[in-house]
Design a protein around this ligand. Sequence first.
Ligand code: HEM
Ligand SMILES: *[C@@H]1O[C@H](CO)[C@@H](O)[C@H](O)[C@H]1NC(C)=O
Ligand SMILES: *[C@@H]1O[C@H](CO)[C@@H](O)[C@H](O)[C@H]1NC(C)=O
Ligand SMILES: *[C@@H]1O[C@H](CO)[C@@H](O)[C@H](O)[C@H]1NC(C)=O
Length: 507
Amino acid sequence: MAFEAFACLRILLFFVSVASFYFVFVLRLKPWCSCEICQSFVSSTWSLEFSNLCDWYSHLLRRSESGTIRVHVLDNIITANPENVEYMLNTRFDNYPKGKPFSAILGDLLGKGIFNVDGHLWKFQRKMASLELSNLSVKSYAFEIVVSEIRSRLIPLLSSVAGKENGVLDLQDVFRRFSFDSICKFSFGLDPGCLKLSLPVSEFAVAFDLASKLSAGRALTVSPLIWKIKRFFNLGSEKKLREAIKLVNVLAEELIKHKRNTDVSSHEDLLSRFMATIDDDKFLRDIVISFVLAGRDTIASALTTFFWLLSNHSDVILAIREESDRVMGSKNRDLASFEQLREMHYLQAAVHESMRLFPPVQFDSKFCQEDDILPDGTFVAKGTRVTYHPYAMGRMERIWGPNCLEFKPERWLQDGVFKQVNPFNYPVFQAGPRVCLGKEMGLVELKTVALSLIRQFDIQLASPNQTLQFTPGLTATVKKWFACGGTRKESIVLAVVQSKTSNRMQI
Ligand code: HEM
Ligand SMILES: *[C@@H]1O[C@H](CO)[C@@H](O)[C@H](O)[C@H]1NC(C)=O
Ligand SMILES: *[C@@H]1O[C@H](CO)[C@@H](O)[C@H](O)[C@H]1NC(C)=O
Ligand SMILES: *[C@@H]1O[C@H](CO)[C@@H](O)[C@H](O)[C@H]1NC(C)=O
């Protein structure tokens, strides 16, 4: 009885706090803004015409002369203008940190990890991590992990359904399992085994998934005060988030304790390497958790959309097979080596082209520290959220020309040789001092996985002719469709049918 009364009081208090804080929030921002963009945003009428928020933003940014728009009700400036992007990510890097609002959202999960901090804390980890990631033996360790995960798990799993009637797999789920196993082995030297043939449920993966999903969900509340109050009273999603993070922490602590008691000097994983210089176990946990978050969903997202594009571009598949046959020999059933991959310029171009149209991180925000003016003349008041938008940038005619919406790997090749573009035109890995630390490693992983599947399987969409829809979150995740009216419960759009190419089976 007393307990129930207490619970009621808690809930009442919660609503009173939300109501009063919401009032303050309403006064600070301008939800009554009557401009066309804000009206469409608040009433969600944009969704009548566009399947994704990023498609609507792309439309607005293409229409804007400066390539920059404002969403007043969110106090948010969004830009697809490369000069602005270079300015915020490089020239005035110090004036555009991640900022408190962002680090609060992910703070409970990521703590003081590299992904979530600014200033000295960031600089220290950045230096330490980039030193390790550039070490040759770390690079080959990462490559070995990927190769072994493909050989012993990915290929057997696809082979088990290939050629069967109804040989259907949810590739996005497969790629998420793949990248989770890989990044955990790389970061902690721990194998969660998510991609084993039985597709087991990993306690750690589930807790980590839930924690990152619920953390990202905080960004969707109208005001941060809402989730902060829910957290204070330990209610609803915040209660679940707290439990998920607790589980992640228990597992991470066990692992670190175990490693403290063993000789790790010969271990190649990041955690073991960082242990040599860092004594604070909580800080160690934060550092490696950031890597898991950064290196997992990005890879799965890039692979999913790449195969979605390939399913409608058999010419690109042929060109990739031809190039790899030339470099590796057409009868070679082994995976490409590091050196062979480097010779495949078309594959490199195709992967870049795919992420131009479908960047795994569709947009990324910073918070302006002092009043400023962007190169295109946009005034930025202190505290404003400034977002650069790689998804829209990939669709700007003024950057990529009139065929910007077409999937054309050739645009990256000059006389058959891959040529980099200005990173501020293509900030898929961000750019400037805070450019993605896993860029090189990630590209090798993407190419190795994609090539191994392209050489051994024919992959088609189980249900073609659908446009991609994304669920909101930190990285682009494809929304799953369910068969309408049918009894089949599995997602169908990214479920993919495979059968081995006949001439490749003879060998
Ligand atoms: C296709 C694959 C990937 C893409 C598109 C990608 C993209 C990005 C982007 C856009 C950022 C900036 C995020 C921000 O500051 O808000 C970033 C940061 C980062 N990425 Fe990646 N990433 C990929 C793979 C990886 C992998 C495999 C790793 C792990 C080894 C990794 C590790 C990191 C880290 C540690 C940061 C934070 C760097 C810093 O704050 O200084 N990424 N990545
Ligand atoms: C790279 O790592 C190896 C193995 O851990 C170590 O022996 C070597 O000193 C490192 N190289 C550099 C340049 O730090
Ligand atoms: C497939 O590609 C063709 C052009 O190559 C395009 O017209 C068509 O809309 C694409 N279909 C899908 C489902 O994307
Ligand atoms: C997909 O679209 C193409 C061309 O628009 C059409 O020929 C084909 O029958 C469609 N397939 C399905 C499964 O609807």
